[in-house]
Write a protein that binds this ligand. Structure first.
Ligand code: ATP
Ligand code: MG
Length: 160
């Protein structure tokens, strides 16, 4: 499977990459976002959602664990984009109780910050995006794990 590395010089570059990622969004995609506190994971999701036409505020779901955004993508029926931040997640039973399992379906896209915190609960990702802080900017590495993730990387490469 393919991988791809990119330098993001500043916040604007992370937001712009979110817009590139938007072209690779398709139903049932699961993306893990790895990286330290303040690495730029939420910034990327913000750039993605704004590029997909969402005009509201994109808050970090640190306390709520997940935020849902309903997005109309091309001609398909609306997609639910779920943005997880599992930094404060610590109880595997909560996963089932909250019904999070059902969030992963043919009509959704899931982007997950801190997937390490819920490893036992989460499905495997199609794509890993790994942020490294390289002050003053950031470097990201994308790794595909499935044909769907591979398609995303190919679409991103064609646009970058
Ligand atoms: N490419 C970049 N270069 C420099 N700064 C950046 C870059 N991308 C984002 N930032 C800045 O990094 C900070 C942290 O961003 P963000 O909240 O997206 O991090 P995060 O990875 O989601 O952190 P957390 O794990 O705490 O949720 C913000 O101030 C943002 O402006
Ligand atoms: Mg965040």
């Amino acid at each position: 499977m393919d991988n791809f590395t990119l330098d993001l010089a500043d916040e604007a570059a992370t937001l712009a990459f979110g817009a590139v990622l938007a072209i690779a969004i398709q139903p049932s995609l699961t993306i893990y976002l790895h990286g330290d506190l303040g690495a730029g994971k939420t910034t990327l999701v913000r750039g993605l959602l704004h590029a997909l036409g969402y005009v509201g505020k994109v808050k970090s779901p640190t306390y709520t664990l997940v935020e849902c955004y309903e997005i109309a993508v091309k001609s398909t029926q609306p997609l639910n984009i779920y943005h997880f931040d599992l930094y404060r997640f610590h109880d595997d039973e909560e996963w089932e109780a909250a019904g999070f399992r059902d969030y992963f379906n043919a009509n959704s896209v899931c982007l997950i910050e801190w997937p390490e915190k819920a490893q036992q609960c989460l499905p495997l990702p199609d794509l890993d995006i790994i942020f490294s802080i390289q002050e003053p900017g950031r470097t990201i590495k994308l790794i595909a794990h499935t044909p769907l993730g591979q398609q995303s990387i190919s679409a991103i490469k064609a646009k970058s």
